[in-house]
Design a protein around this ligand. Structure first.
Ligand code: TTP
Ligand code: MG
Length: 359
């Protein structure tokens, strides 16, 4: 059965979340800026909406430069809780459409849908359109989706028509689709490789395809050279893999007023633990590490963690460990807490303990 993979990438994600929360921003240039905290307005652009991009503002650029390029833009600090909450809901929705889902960043995921669509591209188009509709209905946000015979082609396809794009590249269309694009469109070809290819007169993926393996290996080494040769042909066998161990589930809440009261703290943990429990159950995962984040009345952030001997999904235990970590933290410091967070990590399948382990 031919493989079918989707790549979903939210459009101008942080800026779109801000515009949704505050519709007055619509039509204005919006720049989300992370300030370094050292004052003087230094910091970097996290993202900009399309209006601001038209003025030349880009992710990673200094905020001071962005202010010069788009003096009329609205500059906002990031609200990571808002973006993470939105991202979590979107990923849960996407998971329901995939044989397997690999989340690659806060706003991007690969979906293996081969079984789901029986290897038929035409069905994948319907599925992708349905996903776009669901995300619009439930979140009011647009995304761009690429459909391809593998991750590489799906990713390039998703970036091809932004925003609100849907680009299908079946196996027989791969060569014609890739040929005119610059090599830097291939995920894995950065600025440096792109500049060297440019010097070698390989300005398109079509040019790159004509290059001999020997030349590519001489220029970029064996591994990268061989990869470039395959990538230029749209060949990629990387599986779509659930990423377990590295991610974490959880969030922060703000107390109505600064507090050291254990009853208030336990009360704050309850919905956080419930939320974590629901997400773990949705994905059939267990946790091993519990981390509590403390933001003090003076905005200092501290964390305390404990790793359990084995993965578990026990929410009573989660609440107990969280309260113990909080009590130990309060005993060390006299500060009141402004916000508190609970998260779990070291995620994986729950292990059935064998009788031998108890013996
Ligand atoms: P991207 O998907 O790269 O960008 P985007 O969603 O803003 O825009 P596009 O429509 O082109 O996909 O990144 C997703 C979010 O990650 C972005 O909204 C903000 C954040 N981000 C940073 O904080 N710093 C960065 O340098 C980049 C590239 C992204
Ligand atoms: Mg995006």
């Amino acid at each position: 059965m031919p493989r079918v993979v989707l790549h979903v990438d939210m459009d101008q994600f942080f800026a779109a979340c801000e515009e949704r929360r505050n519709p007055e921003l619509r039509g204005k240039a919006v720049v989300v800026c992370v300030y370094s905290g050292r004052g003087g307005g230094s910091g970097a652009v996290s993202t900009a909406n399309y209006e601001a991009r038209r003025a030349g503002v880009k992710s990673g650029m200094a905020c001071s430069l962005a202010r010069r390029l788009a003096p009329g833009a609205v500059f906002l600090p990031p609200d990571l809780d808002l973006y993470r909450g939105t991202s979590d809901r979107i990923m849960a929705l996407l998971r329901g459409y995939a044989d397997r889902l690999e989340q690659v960043s806060i706003d991007e995921a690969y979906l293996e849908v081969t079984d789901r669509v029986g290897g038929e591209f035409i069905r994948a188009e319907g599925l992708a359109a349905e996903i776009k509709g669901r995300i619009m209905d439930s979140e009011g946000l647009t995304c761009s989706i690429g459909v391809g015979p593998n991750k590489l082609v799906a990713k390039v396809a998703a970036g091809h028509m932004k925003p609100d794009g849907l680009t299908l590249v079946p196996q027989e269309g791969v060569d014609a689709f890739l040929a005119p694009l610059p090599p830097t469109k291939l995920p894995g070809v950065g600025k440096k490789t792109g500049a060297r290819l440019d010097e070698l007169w390989m300005r398109t993926i079509g040019d790159l395809r004509k290059a001999g393996l020997e030349l590519l290996v001489k220029e970029f080494g064996k591994a990268k050279g061989e990869w470039l040769r395959r990538a230029a042909r749209g060949i990629d066998e990387e599986p779509v893999e659930e990423r377990l161990g590295t991610e974490q589930i959880g969030r922060l809440v703000t107390f109505p007023e600064d507090t050291r009261d254990m009853a208030a703290i336990s009360g704050a943990f309850a919905p956080l633990a419930e939320d974590i429990g629901r997400k773990l159950a949705e994905r059939g995962l267990a946790y091993r590490t519990v981390t509590v984040t403390f933001i003090t009345e003076e905005f200092e952030a501290h964390t305390r963690s404990r790793t359990l001997p084995a993965p578990t999904r026990d929410l009573v235990l989660l609440g107990k460990v969280a309260r113990e970590l909080a009590a130990a933290f309060l005993a060390e410091r006299s500060k009141k807490l402004r916000r508190i967070g609970l998260r779990v990590s070291d995620l994986g399948p729950e292990r059935q303990r064998s009788l031998l382990e108890f013996g």
